[in-house]
Every structure is written in C-alpha cells, then in structure tokens.
Ligand binder design. Structure first.
Ligand code: PAF
Length: 300
C-alpha cells in the first residue's frame, strides 16, 4: 500500500492519456496500491491487460492534486490547458516525454503553489489495443522544476519510484534531457526513415551517420552550456541499440501508424538551438527535413 510520512500530504494520482508509458505507470501504481484515475480527452473507464491481469481505471472526477502527463511533446500544452481548471492550488504536475523545449512554456501557466517536475525514463512499453507489455525495464531521473515542488518531494519521488522506478532524484534535469535528446536524435529519425527495429541500426552502413548526429548534438549542447561526454554517449548509444534491439522506436511506430511524430521536439530542437549559435548541423538538418517530408506524405 502507498504510504506517505505525516509531514507529506497523501496524493491521489491522475495519469493523462492512454500511451504505453502512461499505461505502464498506471498499472504499476495500481499494483502498489495507489488511488489512481485516468484523464482522457473523452472521459470514460478504461481496461488494460497487463502482467496476466485486467486493470480497471476510472476517469478523474475531483480536483487533481498530483498528475503525471506522459503525452507526446506536441500534445503537452493542449493537455496542460485542459487540466488547468481542474488542478488543486497545490497540485504536483510531472511532465514526461521525449524531446525538449516544453518546460519554459508550462512554468508560467501554473499558480504559485503548483509544483512542476520532469521525469525522463528509459523504460520501454508496447500497447496494442488494451494489451500492455513492458518491453524494456529501464530507470528514470526526476527533478523538481520550481519552488512549489519542494514540499512534496518525498511523496512525488515515492510515487514515481512505484510507477517508473528506480528513480534518481537530481537537482538539474537539463544534462539528462540533453543525453536523452542525443540518443533520440540518433535512433528515432533513422528507424522511422528505414522502417526498422532499433537493433538494425547496429549495421555498419548507419555508423557514420549515428556518430555524426551525436557529435553535432554534443556541439550544440556545449553552446547551450551543457557539457556532454561524446565518447560516453557513443557507448551509451550502442548499449541502447543492443538493449532495445527488438523494439521499434516511438518515431518508427508513429510513422508506421501515420501519426504525427516528435521530430520537432527532438531533431527540430537541436536544429533550432544550433541556429541560435550559428552552428552547422548538416546531419540533423537532413534527418529533420526527411522525416518532415515523410510525415507530410503519409498524412496527405
Ligand atoms: O523513443 C524511443 O523509442 C526511445 O526513447 C528509444 C530510446 C529510442 C528506444 O526505442
């Protein structure tokens, strides 16, 4: 059963959307005994089949005091605007998505007592209809992004450990977001363009592009004040490709299902930051262009 210390108010959690990572967090929180609701665009009960059991979720029907928003980066601001009138004055809001560039847009929308957090995760999940699989056991990094988050640190950390643990708490999420951005900028566009599993990028033909993409991201991160260890990132990339070799990346899946991709918040973010510092990023620019073209073609 979920427990909170007497100094930390108990939080009723809401999870937004019905994506795979949100569903995984929801099932894990239910397993751990947390009271939990789902927030869907069209409010309705939802069933998820996970770990040999059927999990039932009902729509949120009271003021929200803690919410995990694991929606796509491009859907985040809409989701936040929809949630705002339903958030309690001290609500704790946890963002979690691929890509960067959303935090500065969300912070000014909150009341002074509402806490903002970011959780970046390497867990992998696959949702096919009502059936959910935990395809990659990962870990997460969590950070408070404003002062109103501080009093709820223990309660939020505990819940996120149950949802997508093990969780490391950090003071500064920015280097972790850049590392994830670099890995996503390397894997996601290529798997989408070549319609392949992550593991196929281990072939020799992709190595120079992968290395060049990472090198460009490191250069841009450095201009933005974040020192990434390029050699370590190249190693990390190969580890992720091996650990998720059988998986399809989120962008490959988006393209395969003719959905909008997160290219704008991943490669688009790299290219926009590069432009601010007049840094040439030809490999990321080319991938951005190709994925945008493919996305446009599939949606027309
Ligand atoms: O977006 C994804 O699919 C994942 O973040 C990653 C790490 C590329 C693994 O598939």
């Amino acid at each position: 059963m979920a427990q909170n210390t007497p100094t930390q108010p108990a939080l009723n959690w809401t999870i937004v959307g019905q994506g795979a990572i949100g569903a995984l967090a929801a099932c894990h929180l239910k397993q751990a005994g947390y009271p939990l609701s789902l927030w869907l665009r069209q409010p309705r009960p939802l069933q998820i089949h996970f770990a040999g059991q059927q999990w039932e979720f009902s729509p949120s029907d009271s003021a929200i005091d803690a919410v995990l928003i694991p929606v796509k980066s491009y859907a985040l601001l809409d989701a936040v605007h929809q949630l705002l009138p339903h958030l309690s004055a001290h609500a704790q809001i946890v963002l979690s998505h691929n890509g960067m560039g959303t935090i500065d847009a969300v912070l000014p929308l909150l009341q002074p007592g509402q806490g903002l957090w970011f959780l970046t995760t390497t867990h992998g999940a696959l949702k096919q209809g009502a059936s959910l699989q935990h395809t990659g056991k990962g870990q997460s990094v969590l950070a408070a992004l404003n002062r109103a988050a501080a009093p709820y640190c223990q309660a939020v950390l505990q819940a996120m450990n149950a949802a997508l643990g093990p969780v490391t708490l950090t003071e500064d999420i920015t280097p972790f977001l850049w590392q994830k951005l670099a890995i996503n900028a390397a894997i996601n566009p290529l798997t989408a363009l070549y319609n392949c599993r992550n593991g196929e990028l281990r072939q020799t033909q992709f190595q120079s592009t992968l290395a060049a993409v990472l090198q460009e991201v490191c250069q841009v991160a450095s201009a933005c004040g974040v020192a990434l260890d390029e050699a370590q990132l190249q190693l990390k990339l190969q580890q992720v490709l091996s650990a998720t070799a059988e998986n399809y990346s989120s962008m490959q899946q988006d393209i395969a299902h003719k959905r909008r991709t997160e290219i704008d918040a991943i490669t688009g973010y790299v290219v926009r930051q590069a432009a601010r510092f007049a840094i040439a990023v030809p490999h990321n620019s080319a991938l951005l262009e190709q994925v945008l073209q493919l996305q446009l073609k599939l949606q027309s």
